[in-house]
Design a protein around this ligand. Structure first.
Ligand code: AMP
Length: 440
């Protein structure tokens, strides 16, 4: 199927051709016709699926083009608002608009915190009709009188679940209350927990829904590997793997800012160039790290999940999970960073003893057995046998049954002495002994 079949204008198709977009992705095929008809939409928004173009292309077509100079208060009125959870994602969406809108008169302005309002106010005044922003910064501009939402015709929430998770629900509701009732509303979210559904109910009018198959995403392009390792050996193993396999352009995920900085420091001492992006870094530092990574000046970009949201790096060969994410769903987002738009990629998780059970859960979630690999001199010596949830339940039930039987026997025999502790416990476990299959 070609973009022509989606009823996009020729000038937009020409731009897409220049960008080497020949075939629409699944989400584009399904979302674009709905959005061109200005129907409200609730859709899944996995990274790497081409979802940004899925909502931007119809937006460009639907908005009325004008070259008329705006005057007075009109200068602060915009036609479309896109909300996203992080600055990086805001910047990225804004760049995509610039790319796709090459042959349109539409102009977009990115609104995010960490820098002064001034330059953004000038860009709004200069005639932007689309604003892409984080919720707090959008409200800052509204308060400042430099953004007026009363004329918004299209509102798009990108990664809505992430915005909720980051505590922006009140900001979102406040912004929605400032929009006209008559509007086109779109919501992309990777997951649909209850608060998202209740927001969707009030925010969208008779929405159509699209869900892109989660399994396909994690299995299609990405080779998934696990290296079992003793926790204290994760850092030495990491530097060994990078050097031994001459790995370049690695996006490494970790769960905390402290850990991210620790990894950078360790790698620096082992002559491996890495930079971290996380919430404690200034906007300038984050942008610098990202551009150093894109320009291959550093080998690794180390990121926490929130900071990494929305980062778009094409042809990224490696993703490493230094730790498994705190939420299993996040694993899919992480590995979605590699294997993007048709490229092959590899995602490696360094899993220590305390993460064994979580890896099982993730394997259940994605319906795949992640392939184990080993490295010489990094033997994994677990101390526990892993029990799955079901067998834990059975174990508990057995314990209760045994206790009851013992009490009954004691009553019948009139014997109050109890059996020594521990003897009554019968282990019923499904042991998982991670066998290492091949060297990496
Ligand atoms: P996204 O999921 O929106 O972050 O997009 C992932 C990457 O795929 C981006 O770098 C897009 O430029 C690229 N992309 C989106 N749609 C297409 C397409 N139809 N053909 C080729 N590349 C695409």
């Amino acid at each position: 199927m070609s973009f022509k079949r989606l009823n996009l204008s020729q000038k937009l198709i020409d731009t897409l051709e220049k960008l080497n977009y020949t075939t629409p992705t699944e989400i584009q095929k399904r979302a674009i016709p709905i959005l061109l008809q200005k129907r409200d939409l609730l859709a899944t928004s996995q990274t790497g699926t081409g979802k940004t173009a899925a909502f931007i292309l119809p937006l460009l077509e639907n908005l009325t083009e004008t070259t008329k100079q705006k005057r007075g208060e009109e200068r602060y009125k915009i036609d479309a608002l896109i909300l996203a959870p992080t600055r990086e994602l805001v910047i990225q969406i804004d760049h995509k608009i610039d790319e796709y809108a090459e042959s349109f008169t539409h102009k977009s302005v990115p609104l995010y915190g960490g820098i002064k309002l001034g330059s953004q106010v000038s860009a709004i005044r200069a005639g932007a009709n689309i604003a892409v922003g984080t919720t707090a910064r959008v409200l800052d501009h509204v308060k400042n009188g430099s953004l007026n939402l009363s004329n918004v015709k299209v509102i798009i929430l990108d990664e809505a679940d992430k915005m909720l998770e980051m505590g922006f629900i009140d900001n979102i509701r406040k912004i929605i209350s400032l929009l006209p009732k008559q509007r086109h509303s779109v919501m992309f979210s990777a997951t649909f927990p209850k608060p998202i559904l209740s927001l969707a109910k009030t925010f969208l009018k008779n929405p159509l829904t699209i869900e892109i198959d989660r399994e396909n995403l994690s299995t299609q392009q990405v080779k998934q590997l696990v290296h079992y390792v003793n926790e204290e050996e994760k850092l030495p193993l990491l530097s060994t793997l990078i050097k031994k396999h001459r790995m370049e352009q690695i996006l490494l995920f970790t769960n905390t800012k402290v850990q991210a900085d620790k990894i950078v420091e360790y790698l620096k001492n082992h002559n491996i160039k890495a930079q971290a992006i996380h919430g404690d870094k200034t906007q300038r530092m984050r942008m610098e790290a990202l551009s150093n990574f894109k320009e291959k000046k550093i080998q690794l970009l180390i990121a926490t999940d929130v900071a990494a949201r929305g980062i778009d790096i094409l042809n990224l060969p490696h993703v490493i999970n230094f730790e498994l994410p705190t939420k299993n769903e996040e694993y899919i987002h992480r590995i979605g960073r590699t294997g993007r738009a048709g490229e092959k990629g590899e995602a490696l998780s360094l899993v220590c003893e305390k993460e064994l059970f979580q890896l099982k859960e993730i394997e259940e979630l994605i319906n795949i057995r992640v392939e184990p690999i080993t490295t010489e001199n990094f033997e994994f010596t677990p101390h526990i046998t892993l029990t799955n949830r079901k067998s834990k339940k059975l174990e508990k039930r057995d314990e209760v049954n045994l206790k009851r039987a013992k009490e009954l026997a004691e009553k019948m025999l009139g014997d109050k002495k109890s059996t020594p502790k521990g003897k009554q416990k019968r282990k019923k476990s499904t042991a998982i002994n991670p066998t290492n299959k091949r060297h990496f």
